[in-house]
Ligand binder design. Structure first.
Ligand SMILES: [Zn+2]
Length: 422
């Protein structure tokens, strides 16, 4: 069946749900503190489950506490089209990061109900446990277990700073479900999210069609030179580890600029030893964070960093300890799902541009087991992971309209694919 042109969502109902959810863990500055698997997270989950049941969905929970609210399709044996994101927040988080994708999914279900519209394939709304990685590291751990990136025991044994594990905390708040994590076919996955950067707002675009997710390489570097008195030691005899680090900071910036505008290159942490004003620094530990959507360019940046570090250390006489501690390959989202988002934008008439996600999302892991794409909406001044995080009801509605069209496209096309003669 074809997708009708006159489908609509109820933007004010979606906005009201966002505001209602933001009451749970609300902070005085207008943000949200709803850390994963706390009592407040349980309250947020309970509210979501109640809303889904009121919308006629069947709710199930898997062993990582991921929640799935299902609206049946005409052919309920087809793999579902899943929408979703997360309800947990940073300690000083905002009202929309994650929550928007979950509640936009719920609004799609509510809108389908309003229209009495039965999709060919079932539609589900998912809440992924502990996306933020703030209370339990790493981030996106439960969508990672769903996608087979981590095993279940690893996920359940992640512990917070007090030694409480995810498994214990899931049981305590009543969300240790009995459903197997993953291991089932997903027809498509769509995640709507605030951009968390400034590009859409600066360019006056309402929708970001997310084509890629940046790859990342994280490094830890230690330069060791020689501590010495800042007065009697002649300049030419110094082995200044901080001078070496400073030159690497400059080199990292040059590498980032060279591969712009898509490259990001950051030194964000540095520890100087002994950190005394009249001692030449003998040892400096610092980090480098490289990001780019093209794996080949990310590798070229890696090669240039290694060459620069060697050259700089050699010039000053420093010993080097160089470690790449994390590598996360770039992700290209599924062409048919990206096309479904683009078609949704065309049907709804919103302004848009293609965009690359600079942050990690549950969609990045889901893309390993399901055709996946994302829809971005702007957030004001590009600010996120902050209590002042803000978007507008108009942008929120627009993103949900595009999500609805993309979901209908995939949920109905799947039936056609299945029915089509071999
Ligand atoms: Zn998020």
């Amino acid at each position: 069946m074809s997708t009708p042109q006159n489908v609509a969502v109820n933007g004010s109902r979606l906005w009201q749900s966002l505001m209602d959810m933001a009451q749970i863990g609300a902070t005085p500055k207008g943000g949200v503190c709803r850390l994963a698997l706390t009592d407040l997270d349980k309250q947020g989950r309970d509210l979501f489950v109640r809303w889904c049941e009121e919308a006629g969905c069947t709710v199930s929970v898997d062993r990582m506490g991921n929640i799935f609210a299902r609206r049946p399709g005409r052919d309920d044996s087809l793999p579902p089209v899943i929408m979703g994101s997360h309800l947990d927040s940073q300690p000083t988080g905002g009202k929309y990061d994650g929550v928007y994708g979950v509640l936009a999914g719920l609004e799609v279900v509510r809108s389908l109900n309003d229209m009495n519209y039965v999709t060919e394939a079932p539609v589900e709304v998912a809440v992924w446990t502990n996306e933020e990685g703030s209370r339990f590291a790493p981030a996106m751990v439960s969508s990672g277990v769903f996608a087979g990136v981590f095993d279940l025991d690893y996920g359940l044994s992640r512990a917070d700073l007090d030694g409480k594990t995810m498994g214990e905390e899931l049981a305590r708040i009543g969300y240790a479900g009995d459903r197997e994590v993953g291991g089932r076919k997903v027809g498509a996955y769509f995640e709507a999210h605030i951009e968390q950067g400034p590009i859409l707002e600066i360019e006056g675009k309402t929708i970001g069609v997310v084509t890629d997710c940046q790859g990342q390489r994280w490094y830890e570097i230690t330069f060791t030179g020689q501590e010495a008195h800042a007065g009697p030691t002649p300049m030419v005899r110094r082995k200044d580890a901080l001078l070496g680090a400073a030159r690497v900071v400059d080199a990292v910036n040059r590498i980032g600029m060279k591969y712009g505008p898509l490259a990001c290159a950051t030194v964000g942490l540095m520890q100087i030893h002994p950190n005394s004003r009249n001692v030449i620094p003998g040892r400096v530990f610092f980090t480098v964070d490289f990001r780019h959507p093209d794996d080949g360019i990310l590798a070229a940046m890696d090669g240039e960093l290694r060459a620069e570090v060697e050259r700089i250390a050699g010039g000053i006489g420093l010993e080097t300890d160089f470690q790449q501690i994390w590598y996360y390959a770039p992700i290209k989202f599924d062409e048919s799902c990206v096309a479904a988002v683009r078609k949704g934008v065309e049907r709804t008439g919103h302004s848009f541009r293609d965009i690359v996600s600079g942050a990690g999302h549950d969609a990045c892991y889901l893309s390993k087991v399901a055709p996946t794409a994302m829809v971005f909406i702007p957030c004001i001044d590009g600010i996120s992971h902050n209590e002042v995080e803000e978007t507008t009801p108009e942008w929120s509605t627009a993103g949900c309209e595009v999500l609805l069209h993309a979901v209908l496209d995939r949920a109905n096309a799947m039936a056609e694919q299945v029915k089509a003669p071999a």
